[in-house]
Write a protein that binds this ligand. Structure first.
Ligand SMILES: N[C@@H]1[C@@H](O)[C@H](O)[C@@H](COP(=O)(O)O)O[C@@H]1O
Length: 236
């Protein structure tokens, strides 16, 4: 794993953007994108730059079950607001949270992942080490599935909702196996509350208890962390 320690979230966004720009200039056509507060600085860089994305396809990691593009808490709404409305892409994919048929939706989305091999996969990390919505215990070779959110994730994400009861309990998420198919992976983490997960991801055993630890088995991973998120690493 290539670890880059930056001063803050804004500097991390610039670093991640450099990687994307370099990738696109060298032929990358498909970006795997993530939601959460972490990638916002990267999306701001993408919007501010004149790099053209009209030939680029994006495939997002996950979506809350039950929420659609008009729900302002949905990940589709988030992506439209923070990136796609301001920077047009060729095509953008997010799981359809409004499809109540989980079997159908997860098969449909995994097919999308297969048909659009991801050149650069952007990731954040949950405080419990989840990537996408793959909670501790998820199979490290899993494909897109309907997942139940853990209480820790519901608590962490409640800040985006009017109250905790409004946080959906399920999501459709690309699996860890789907994520590992990305040719290059860039994971960003900022803030002290991510320090334990970052340490376990980098230095701990590869285990389903810490889903992001699976990335140790990928050959091209860059971790961009601020000093607080890096604070528990042995070799900073
Ligand atoms: N499904 C998303 C993850 O993809 C994201 O990495 C995580 C961290 O969010 P934040 O970046 O706001 O800390 O939140 C959610 O659970």
């Amino acid at each position: 794993m290539n670890i880059i320690v930056v001063k803050d979230n804004a500097a991390g966004g610039k670093k991640a953007f450099e990687i994307i720009k370099n990738g696109i200039e060298n032929g990358a056509k498909v970006l795997g994108l993530a939601t959460g507060s972490t990638p916002i600085s990267l999306y701001n860089e993408m919007i501010a730059n004149d790099l053209d994305f009209s030939d680029i396809t994006s495939v997002n990691l996950d979506e809350y079950v039950g929420l659609g593009e008009d729900d302002d808490q949905s990940y589709r709404y988030f992506m439209n607001e923070h990136l796609f409305n301001k920077k047009p892409f060729k095509e953008t994919f997010v799981p359809d949270g409004k499809n109540p048929n989980a079997e159908e939706e997860t098969a449909r989305y995994e097919k999308i992942v297969d048909e659009h091999p991801i050149d650069i996969q952007i990731l954040g990390i949950g405080v419990n080490g989840h990537i996408g919505f793959n909670e501790p215990g998820s199979p490290l070779d899993g494909t897109t599935s309907k997942v139940a959110l853990t209480q820790s994730t519901i608590d962490a994400n409640a800040r985006f909702f009017a109250n905790e009861d409004d946080v959906p309990r399920f999501a459709y998420s690309m699996g860890i196996g789907s994520i590992m198919k990305g040719k290059k992976i860039v994971l960003m983490a900022y803030g002290e509350n991510k320090a334990d997960a970052v340490k376990e991801m980098v230095e701990g055993p590869v285990t389903t208890h810490l889903p992001a630890s699976a990335l140790q088995n990928h050959t091209d991973v860059t971790i961009i962390v601020d000093e607080a998120a890096a604070s528990k690493l042995s070799n900073k």
